[in-house]
Unconditional design. Structure first.
Length: 291
């Protein structure tokens, strides 16, 4: 069955949500509608719908004009086995000592590495995205410099690849949290697939707001691979839950946003230790000031 997409952009969250709601009533009806902020600092939002029949061009034009949006771009997607496609296209990723791979590439795992199995269907968090890759490289740099994480947390863990990487190289259990229960379930499944049960504990939490995290605090290393806004909001809690001299590895930050994040964390006594840009994304390694 063919799939058609209709995509547009416009400024402002409220207008985008209104347009998305209006698209739900089109004839033919979309099978799904998405409203997403474009993470490039432009203030634009993307609104898109999926259809099993060609959408009504006239109706789309009326909606775009009424909401001040750009004209919709309508495309027909080829029928594709996306998981098989991703498996073909996503090669294993090497990040220092870490080797992130899908089960279809199990025969490619080097004898000397720290292997991390993440299935290709979970593309964000496999290491191919600049944010995850940057965090793995930052972890590798700290370990190469002699740092040993005694008490590590991964906030907004997604696939839990970062928590598992820490658990691979250091003996103490790692705490991983995500605000979304589906992500927690995925993370727990990945932990089992990597034989790290009892070494990585996954919980549902917003930031540090969970008894397990609060009881384990303060941490000597915290990962937070999320987005600029949540990272800035997290800064005061990070200062409270990070040991003096401890490290925070932050990503999900566009290159042009990095200085803002650095400045906000400096106000909380957490200062820049290292930064790396990978394509459009920056990973920051910060350290909390000693007393």
């Amino acid at each position: 069955m063919p799939t058609f997409t209709a995509l547009t952009t416009l400024p402002g969250k409220a207008a985008a949500e209104t347009l998305g709601a209006a698209m739900e009533h089109l004839d033919p009806e979309p099978t799904g509608v998405g409203v997403f902020e474009v993470e490039d600092g432009s203030g634009l939002w993307e609104v898109g719908g999926y259809f099993t029949q060609p959408p009504d061009d006239t109706a789309l034009t009326v909606l775009a004009t009424a909401m001040g949006a750009k004209p919709f771009v309508v495309s027909e997607l080829p029928e594709t086995d996306w998981v098989a496609h991703v498996r073909r296209e996503l090669a294993p990723v090497e990040a220092g000592r870490f080797f992130v791979y899908g089960s279809h590439d199990a025969d490619k795992v080097p004898q000397v590495c720290e292997p991390l199995l993440i299935e290709a269907a979970m593309a964000f968090g496999t290491g191919h995205h600049g944010t995850t890759l940057g965090c793995l490289r930052a972890l590798d740099r700290l370990a190469n410099a002699g740092f040993v994480g005694q008490n590590v947390a991964d906030i907004g863990c997604g696939t839990a690849v970062l928590a598992m990487a820490a658990a691979r190289i250091w003996p103490n259990p790692v705490l991983a949290s995500d605000i979304d229960q589906v992500a927690v379930d995925v993370a727990t499944s990945n932990v089992s697939a990597n034989g790290l049960q009892g070494r990585v504990h996954c919980v549902e939490a917003a930031g540090f707001d969970h008894p397990g995290l609060l009881n384990a605090s303060p941490f000597d290393l915290v990962f937070a691979n999320i987005l600029k806004g949540p990272l800035i909001a997290l800064a005061p809690d990070m200062a409270h839950h990070l040991k003096p001299g401890g490290y925070a590895i932050l990503s999900g930050i566009l290159n042009e946003q990095a200085n803002d994040v650095v400045a906000v964390y400096a106000q909380s006594g957490i200062n820049l230790h290292n930064r790396e840009e990978i394509v459009d994304w920056t990973t920051l390694t910060l350290s909390r000031n000693l007393p």
